[in-house]
Design a protein around this ligand. Structure first.
Ligand SMILES: *Cc1c(COP(=O)(O)O)cnc(C)c1O
Length: 355
């Protein structure tokens, strides 16, 4: 199979070499060999997040580390910034974990205003906010650095969903003074689904120690403690660690900043194509993600027919998400894709749309 046919915005296409890296016998997750892999993974994961903090790795999808963010967050009211399906999920997780939650909603496709956020933070007593960096349902990109700064001016923690951003869009955990960022293996990391990654600041972890709602599986204090032995609290998905170990070599050979630039170039390719055909982009010009673009289908084009025509050409893109399912489609230009594979995708779209 040649690489460059699968453009879902998660899971993204995984290279054959990475899949092959998983074809190894099991090892003990309490043994020496695992420990060595764990240490090497830590070193390199820190470079991806631009942090000196440990990177927690859970065997779960990204949603698990969203739940961890809430369970371990300092007690108090939460303000959830919502602009699409995944940021809505973050708000719902907070409610489901028994938090009192206020929402700062903007239209799907929009990004949040730091001025408006500041006003809302001034009007309420919050301990934390939740925010999506790259909102995968619409392709909107929030300025999480400014949003985090605004939260900090009110003494509020900022919990960032970076599932479709980390590794594809600029994010510097330490330089930007962030509190908590999570991501998943199956988006810009171009790994199979099944692992989630999170970094938490020292202050956030200190406060988490006093929290009564940490639960068991997503108790980051457990992760922090086992980390000192280069282990995880429960049995990790060892095969996926083999894949991650291999993928990190390639990611750092390319360079994380070069990786961000490649994602920017893929995004430009898609936006220029949409502009040429006068297709409407769902995300506002104020913030568009370098990893995913949601595009309105032209009038009269039925979603099912479009995707079938692409399938006939061996190409898969994402349908719209949630309430945008039938009216839009989404191109995942992330992970190990390149301007070359994106062009192939766009040529198939041309044919499927009759351009
Ligand atoms: C994919 C995604 C999630 C959910 O991740 P799962 O791995 O499916 O649990 C959350 N947030 C964003 C922004 C996503 O793109």
């Amino acid at each position: 199979m040649t690489f460059g046919t699968f453009f879902l915005p998660g899971p993204t296409e995984v290279r054959q070499e990475i899949l092959a890296a998983m074809m190894r016998p099991m090892i003990s997750h309490r043994g020496r060999e695992f420990e060595e892999i764990f240490v090497r993974i830590q070193e390199r994961m820190k470079r991806v997040f631009f942090t000196a903090r440990p990177v927690f790795i859970s065997t779960s999808s990204g949603t698990g580390m969203m739940e961890a963010a809430i369970r371990c967050a300092p007690p108090g009211r939460i303000l959830s910034l919502v602009n699409g399906a995944f940021s809505d999920r973050f708000a719902n997780i907070a409610v489901a974990c028994g938090r009192e939650v206020d929402r700062y909603d903007v239209a799907w496709g929009e990004v949040h205003s730091t001025a408006e956020l500041t006003a809302r933070l001034g009007a309420g007593e919050y301990s934390a906010i939740t925010v999506g960096h790259s909102e995968t349902s619409t392709g909107a990109l929030n300025d999480v650095r400014s949003i985090s700064d605004a939260a900090h001016r009110h003494g509020v923690y900022c919990l960032i969903d970076g599932v479709s951003s980390v590794g594809g869009a600029e994010l510097r955990f330490d330089d930007w003074g962030l509190d908590y960022v999570l991501t998943g293996s199956q988006k810009a990391f171009a790994l199979p689904p099944g692992l989630a990654f999170a970094v938490a600041s020292e202050k956030y972890i200190e406060l988490a120690r006093g929290s009564a709602s940490r639960g068991v599986y997503f108790d980051l204090i457990e992760y922090e403690q086992l980390m000192r032995k280069n282990q995880t609290p429960n049995t990790p998905a060892i095969s996926l660690y083999f894949a991650l170990n291999a993928q990190l070599d390639d990611m750092l050979d390319e360079g994380v900043e070069a990786r961000w630039a490649r994602h920017g170039a893929m995004q430009e390719e898609v936006l220029a194509w949409a502009a040429r055909h006068e297709l409407r982009i769902v995300a506002s010009e104020r913030g568009r993600s370098p990893t995913v673009t949601a595009i309105e289908l032209p009038d009269g084009t039925e979603s099912g027919v479009f995707h079938q025509r692409l399938a006939d050409r061996g190409v898969t893109v994402g349908t719209g998400y949630g309430k945008l399912k039938m009216k839009t489609f989404r191109i995942g230009h992330m992970g190990d894709h390149s301007v070359g594979t994106i062009r192939r995708c766009l040529r198939a779209c041309d044919a499927a749309l009759g351009f």
